[in-house]
Design a protein around this ligand. Structure first.
Ligand code: C5P
Length: 410
């Protein structure tokens, strides 16, 4: 779906990246979109309303209490009479206002008043992006249904600094808007993964020793199930391949139940090709080399027979190197030490685009618990998320997957 004929309200906030929003206006208009610009006071320190007005061929809205503008359209109509709101660049300050529902200027008031989809392209210094308050605000906005494009890694315009914080390029923002429209049915929240297929693995695997005994681990399946549900909410056609768990199948998702790692691999392979694979299952690394068909009997006076183990297939690695490799492959790394280093190594080894690494030391209570504290490791670097509910991790991860997939297939 293109942006042709779409009405786009472009909110420009303060930041050196504001110069790129001039090009964004051109890119949107040359694709047939109608752009109505709103500038914050700070934005006007970087670029002029004159330039924005000339490129957009529209009136530029800057004041909340402008008698002329209020008579003309009014801030509530500005917020509603549009198909999409793009905030580019989105400063840390404007995102903080959005997350907290502040409305002390035209831009923040529109963002509070709108019921239309909102796409945010953050741009800020990497330290501001990584700061705990910004991370919290991004999490809040994601769970409010706000979509993000970027920030990207790279050189900053200022101070020769590099890192995550550069605004997405205008064409990347256009692609994200197009992906968003592709998934939007009239009046709905955006469904950026509509038309995409996803495979999610979840839970532990049970590796039989004999018909009554098995090797297992403490995975509850909560995180994987929540991710399957979150991807489905964004419109993806999701199949969840779940090991034995005590929780319900998520709604809106097709669930396939398996027990052993080899069954899980077979189920996952049978679902290829797919657009997205998120391998969350805590697959047992080993299985019993030759499990017994009969219950192994205790022999009085005899030492117990040793259990010989053999390696299980690595499902993530198989998918990551598959001829029909999905466009976006995400793995998890449950570690108790050297989380980043091991996560990075895993990214390479498994052929994944993203590794979600978490510390499963017993004192964290993550394995089997309801909260999670993760680091997202990708070619762009490491992004440490705050301690969140597993459902919130899932919502944010699904949004990130939609964003990365849109950028990759743009
Ligand atoms: O190598 P490690 O078990 O730490 O890797 C964890 C990641 O690999 C998780 O995404 C997990 O679902 C996946 N995995 C797998 N098959 C295995 C082992 C791990 O898919 N046999």
């Amino acid at each position: 779906m293109t942006v042709s004929g779409k009405r786009i309200l472009l909110i420009i906030s303060g930041g050196i990246a504001a110069y790129k929003s001039l090009d964004l206006i051109r890119r949107l208009r040359e694709r047939g979109a109608v752009v109505r610009p709103v500038m914050t006071k700070a934005a006007q320190e970087f670029i002029t309303p004159l330039a924005v007005g000339a490129l957009s061929a529209s009136h530029v809205y800057t004041e909340l209490f402008s008698r002329e503008d209020e008579q003309d359209v009014g801030h509530i109509r500005l917020a509603r009479d549009t198909d999409l709101i793009i905030v580019a660049p989105a400063s840390a300050d404007l995102m903080a206002k959005m997350a907290h529902g502040l409305a002390d200027d035209l831009a923040s008031t529109i963002l509070l008043a709108t019921d239309r989809p909102v796409l945010v392209a953050p741009a800020m210094n990497p330290k501001m992006w990584a700061a705990a308050p910004t991370t919290r605000n991004v999490a809040t906005l994601s769970s409010d249904g706000i979509r993000f494009i970027g920030p990207m890694a790279g050189e900053m315009a200022e101070n020769n600094e590099a890192g995550l914080g550069r605004m997405a390029e205008p064409l990347e923002i256009v692609a994200a808007a197009e992906a968003l429209f592709a998934g939007t049915s009239s009046g709905d929240r955006p469904k950026p993964l509509a038309g995409r297929t996803a495979i999610v693995t979840s839970g532990p695997t049970h590796e039989p020793i004999d018909p009554v005994r098995y090797i297992a681990n403490r995975s509850s399946g909560r995180q994987g199930h929540a991710i399957a549900a979150a991807l489905a909410k964004l419109g993806a056609d999701v199949t969840l391949v779940s090991g034995p768990v005590a929780i319900a199948d998520p709604s809106g998702v097709t669930t396939v139940h398996v027990e052993r790692a080899d069954e899980m691999l077979e189920a996952v392979s049978g679902l290829l090709p797919a657009d997205i694979a998120v391998m969350v299952a805590a697959v047992a690394d080993w299985r019993v080399a030759s499990s017994s068909d009969q219950k192994i009997k205790k022999q009085p006076g005899e030492a117990p027979a040793p259990i010989l183990l053999t390696e299980n297939p690595d499902i993530l690695k198989t998918v990551g190197h598959h001829a029909q490799r999905p466009g976006l492959v995400v793995g998890f790394a449950a570690e108790t030490q050297d989380i980043e280093k091991n996560g990075r190594a895993k990214l390479q080894r498994k052929g994944a685009d993203m590794i979600v690494a978490n510390d499963v030391s017993p004192e964290t209570g993550i394995m089997g618990g309801v909260r999670n504290s993760v680091k997202i490791i990708s070619a762009d670097g490491v992004d440490a998320w705050p301690d969140l509910d597993k459902d919130e991790v899932a919502t944010r991860l699904a949004a990130l997957i939609a964003e990365r997939l849109a950028a990759k297939t743009a």
